[in-house]
Design a binder for this molecule. Sequence first.
Ligand code: TXA
Ligand code: MG
Length: 329
Amino acid sequence: MTPYLCKKKSGVTNTGINVEEAGLLLQRGKLVAIPTETVYGLAANALDNQAVANIFAAKNRPTFDPLIVHVKSLGAVADYVTHIPDQARQLAEAYWPGPLTLLLPKKPIIPDLVTSGLPTVAIRVPRHPLTIDLLHLLDFPLAAPSANPFGYISPTTAQHVEQQLGDKISYILDGGECRVGIESTIVSFNSKIPRVLRLGGLSLEDIETVIGKVDMTLHSSSDPTAPGMLKSHYAPRKPLSLYKREDLLKQKIKQDIGYLFYKESTQIFCGINCHFLSQDGDLNEAAQHLFGYLRLLDESKVQEIRAEILPEIGLGRAINDRLRRAAAS
Ligand code: TXA
Ligand code: MG
């Protein structure tokens, strides 16, 4: 590795594409924001208890909400888990690197703080060239929750991270805009039939193509034992309400309200506080734009935000899940 060249100016976060610098900082127990295909993560050495504690502190995240561990390959997973069920392996082989997190029985090397005392560890191989390079450079995996203050909208650009957590992070590895735009899909293998605990960037259809029918447990009011599924989450500060398309289209557009439509329509004439997640109804494109537009509206002068509910297919399900949680606060 090359020496640590870029000096951090006081109070100003270092942002760049220097994987080696990011690696050196992580080796020293520091926090580094990393790009993934889903959202940006706030990373630290997953095997270093103090570094992991610093993640919770920086995010203001309760320690009952466990973290995802990012590894460089499926081959590396065996170092951290006692067993990989067949169906988990089939999914990993089909979709890693990618927006899929598997819950697997952990080895003692993974600190209890990472898993909030649970016997399983959430693990995934992210799909972003900078972060894959970084993981290959390191001899430890990276614990990384989404790089936002707890409960707020996840960041999909380095600028989003900088705005909210910039002063708490040693370096932001800038990998551009996240391609998928919503967090990974989480699957558990505790019972005979695998169970989806969080809908995300890998669709239910894609999962079931490989391993057949799965169960799902999503909305669980505020029960931390079904982690990550807090009812109110991913939330803008402004009130958000949800509508069926036909109901939203009937409304008279007001300047002090922000609008988020699934796709364009000749019926819609709206101004700067109105966004289309996709031009012609591509659910992947819609997912990619969701958090960025929610942030824009939250930062604008509007008093409230109104959003359209999407079709319950493909990534539409995960987008609706985020919208419902965002609206629940
Ligand atoms: O796409 C993603 O998953 C992003 C990127 C950075 O990888 N990460 C992410 O992390 O969304 P976070 O911390 O925002 O969400 C992880 C979710 C949490 O809701 C947590 O409760 C759940 O995963 N989780 C972690 N470990 C778990 C476990 N052992 N059992 C059940 N849920 C777990
Ligand atoms: Mg998060």
